[in-house]
Ligand binder design. Structure first.
Ligand code: HEC
Length: 336
């Protein structure tokens, strides 16, 4: 447990699409007490909204039923500080928003683990930047509740994802890793092949279609062929649907430059493998002087929230993520 906690706490981000538990970048350090309180209350309200959405899907179950009460108390404690300081709290930005909930209860707990760890990190930042003793005391209490109580409760019901060091991989896990690498190479080769062909035929603007329409099909086909789930993700997304799976969320927060691995209690192996940019990529992911003519207009039209420009040659662009079931390692073992 302790190892898991420290393993996970060295990192940070989330899962599902759009309005889930914060795929947003960590915000700049707040400068005023109001900004600190606003950041804290927004994160508590976000958690409440997500936990309520989980209960709407899976019923009033523990640990969500208990923890949502605790989060409401946290919100009330923060509101008291606004009153004490004569400040006006912001409107609740999460009211009425549709929140995506993962498919299974265990994944909802996994997502909540990510949220609580991120919440703890937000408080690290806020505590360091707050001069008011009373507010700091509230922040410390709320952080303690997240990291000592909520996190443990969610871990008891989650999938048990934990980081594996490359040296600690068992023989079966090494087979799973090989599978992940094979699937990654297959998907990358296919994608690059189609991209180059399309650029030759229709220029970069014509090739945007390959990325937007073909990439998901290529991922699906590579996944089916290799018996894995596979996709691409980044901390700067072009398509908000390319969120990392929940097991990769905290790793993505760390922006690893080399491959990282996770395993869960059911024997799944998760691999996160870096993708770097080369010259051709810059036609669609570079700064304004690198982008090919017409590309910017088309991206503006297709991807309203595009964050994936401004990169330089050789830079990290994102990662392939591959999730390999236990059977991949076991089959390989039997075949030996
Ligand atoms: C012709 C334009 C174009 C080129 C060239 C291009 N990309 Fe992309 N890239 C896109 C588009 C469009 C998407 C969004 C795909 C989608 O909708 O899933 C994308 C998405 C991605 C993603 C997924 C994460 C996200 O932001 O949604 C990664 C990773 C990525 N590109 C890396 C690369 C790399 C590496 C290269 C060079 C080998 C490259 N791209 C070349 C247009 C391009």
């Amino acid at each position: 447990m302790t190892r898991k906690l420290t393993g996970m706490t060295t990192c940070l981000l989330i899962l599902v699409t759009g309005l889930t538990l914060g795929l947003s970048e960590p915000q700049p350090k707040p400068t005023t007490i109001k900004e600190s309180l606003d950041t804290a209350i927004d994160d508590e309200r976000h958690a409440i909204a997500f936990y309520e959405a989980v209960m709407a899907k899976f019923g009033e179950r523990r640990p969500f039923s208990n923890i949502v009460h605790a989060e409401r108390r946290h919100e009330a404690m923060l509101l008291e500080q606004y009153v004490r300081l004569g400040l006006t709290p912001p409107a609740n930005a999460w009211v009425g928003k549709t929140i995506d909930v993962p498919d299974t209860f265990a994944e909802a707990c996994d997502a909540s683990i990510v949220a609580e760890i991120r919440n703890g990190r937000i408080y690290d930042r806020l505590i360091a930047g707050t001069a008011d003793d009373e507010v700091r005391d509230v922040f410390e209490r709320l952080q303690w509740a997240s990291l000592e109580r909520h996190l443990r409760a969610f871990r008891r019901h989650g999938s048990g994802w934990d980081e594996l060091k490359s040296d600690d991989l068992t023989k079966e896990q090494k087979k799973q890793r090989e599978k992940a690498e094979e699937a990654r190479s297959a998907m990358y080769g296919e994608l690059l092949g189609e991209l180059m062909k399309a650029i030759q035929k229709g220029g970069p603007t014509g090739a945007i279609d390959v990325c937007s329409k073909r990439a998901p099909d290529i991922a699906k086909a590579a996944g089916e062929k290799h018996g894995v789930r596979i996709g691409r993700t980044s901390w700067k997304l072009r398509n908000p649907k390319n969120q990392p799976p929940v097991w990769a969320a905290l790793l993505v927060d760390e922006r690893p430059e080399s491959a990282r691995f996770m395993a869960d209690d059911s024997g799944r192996l998760g691999a996160l493998m870096p993708i770097r940019l080369s010259g051709t990529c810059l036609k669609c992911h570079g700064g304004s002087s690198d982008l090919a003519p017409g590309v910017k207009d088309q991206l503006d039209r297709l991807y309203k929230e595009d964050q994936a420009t401004g990169f330089k040659d050789g830079e990290l662009r994102g990662w392939f993520w591959v999730e390999v079931p236990e059977s991949a390692g076991a089959d390989a073992k039997r075949a030996e």
